[in-house]
Write a protein that binds this ligand. Sequence first.
Ligand code: NAP
Length: 309
Amino acid sequence: MMIFLAAYRINYRTNQKMNQIIDGKAIAQLVNLETADKVKALKLKHQTPGLAVVLVGNDPASQVYVNNKVKMCAELGIHSEKHELSADSTTEQVISLIRQLNQNPDIDGVLVQSPPPPQIDEEAVIAAIDPAKDVDCFHESNVGKLLIGKEDGFKPCTPHGVMVLLEKSGIDPAGKHAVVIGRSNIVGKPLMAMLVQKAKGANATVTCVHSATRNLKELTRGADILIAAIGKPGFVKADMVKPGAVVIDVGINRVPNLETGKTKIVGDVDFAEVAKVASAITPVPGGVGPMTIAMLMHNTVQACERRKQ
Ligand code: NAP
């Protein structure tokens, strides 16, 4: 795997004109190998990292996400617990479960699969999670630490995954103009905070555009690194991208598959067209998606190392 990555980096550096597909699956596998090594080291000290995933209701997409997390825990040797609550649960019932998990010494990370049913006060639920177990980095204490660059919090999984994708692909954001499309609390805002930090692997000049931005195309065309987190299939077209830019597609959109009559997953970027102008681009699926789960596993092990050191 390391050999593959070395070859991949050389390719990227020596042939800037080649349109590089950034292989998120391979990079996530590298991160997972590092995580598995850390789990082994912890087990030698009779410590096992533990993740509790709380699922409220029976949203089919959420069930798939939760099952993928549980499966990855098993592959890496991490203890996992799936807690399923009925769709008519109250905020108090969810918080009561979170309090139990906060106290449980076998559990290092707690996450509540989003989105919960509408009657649940998600903010109150997140606030109830022990910040030391907040491996999704949604708690305001960890969000604040991220903003001021304090390293003892957690980094949110998807934006962290984007930063690691850039790093492992030999793309240094320092001094570059990074444009983030989208300002959600889960992706856009934390990504801006991470890219702008005065730190290795960051140090970019950052612009964030959103639905109220007037000259969106003009701004995206100024990006050396363009990151799309919008939730609109194929939103980013080739004429919105500067030739030679790096394009990272965070979007996961389910659309009808006209060939099979079922559905398929596409990103926020018109991949076929944008790949012709970008110097490097992530596909969907197989780009940012696998990184999100890899960073969740990384955070769970980090939480264990901190709590049990
Ligand atoms: P979100 O909360 O819906 O936020 C979307 C953002 O895009 C908002 O800031 C919105 O602007 C902006 N936007 C919408 N339409 C726009 C337009 N026409 N022009 C400019 N900006 C526009 O979505 P999210 O949670 O950030 O997720 C974004 C995408 O990433 C989704 O496809 C989601 O499924 C995907 N995602 C993927 C992963 C992963 O693991 N790969 C993880 C999380 C999310 P306003 O703020 O002005 O409304």
